[in-house]
Design a protein around this ligand. Structure first.
Ligand SMILES: [Zn+2]
Length: 203
């Protein structure tokens, strides 16, 4: 269980925490609570690449100033991202009609960029009308090597947050979202540029 609510972290890393909340969080982080340190790092990462999106404009200096207070020195991250290349799209694979997958609601992609391979699988949940996404991000050169933390953020064409996840030990992640056009996924890792995937229309 989180020691602060997600919304509180989201405000905090964007420098929008209230006058009462902010000192409380800072004091708590200084107490080196491992759980909150981990939450903070995750949200800080989300904020840093969300800040590349128009509607989340965060002055970088603010985030870094906040970070400098308690975390390890944070390397200045270039405010840039690389677009991933599509290697595989199950919808683009022409199969003879008789062999077509019975499960047309599943779509798979493989993307590559920044030395990473990203496997994605989208499945529509017929009950909720949500799309479940599951995936794995791997080091292309050494697929079984632990990547370190990877934050995955899904945003719409206005740059608004749609969903987010943090990759597990094997780079695996999953989340759900309401289907919409022109989604993009950003994958932030500690030692690479943010990788962006333009998902376009998932129908
Ligand atoms: Zn805590």
């Amino acid at each position: 269980m989180s020691h602060f609510a997600e919304q509180t972290w989201a405000d905090f890393v964007r420098g929008m925490a209230g006058h009462e909340t902010k000192p409380e969080i800072e004091a708590h982080l200084l107490s080196a609570c491992p759980e909150c340190k981990s939450d903070f790092e995750m949200w800080d990462r989300v904020a840093r690449f969300a800040s590349q999106e128009i509607s989340y404009t965060v002055p970088d200096g603010l985030v870094y100033a906040v970070t400098a207070g308690f975390a390890n020195p944070v390397a200045a991250e270039p405010n840039t991202w690389n677009l991933a290349c599509l290697l595989f799209d199950s919808a683009a694979v022409a199969l003879p009609a008789g062999i077509r997958s019975g499960n047309a609601s599943t779509r798979q992609f493989v993307y590559e960029g920044e030395g990473l391979t990203v496997d994605l699988r989208f499945e529509r949940n017929p009950d909720s009308n949500m799309i479940s996404a599951s995936g794995q991000v791997l080091d292309k050169a050494v697929p079984l090597r632990w990547l370190g933390r990877a934050a995955i953020v899904l945003s719409n064409d206005k740059g608004q947050l749609v969903s987010k996840a943090e990759a597990g030990e094997y780079g695996e992640f999953q989340f759900e979202f309401v289907p919409q056009d022109q989604l993009r996924m950003s994958i932030a890792t500690s030692d690479r540029r943010t990788l962006r995937i333009a998902l376009g229309n998932l129908e």
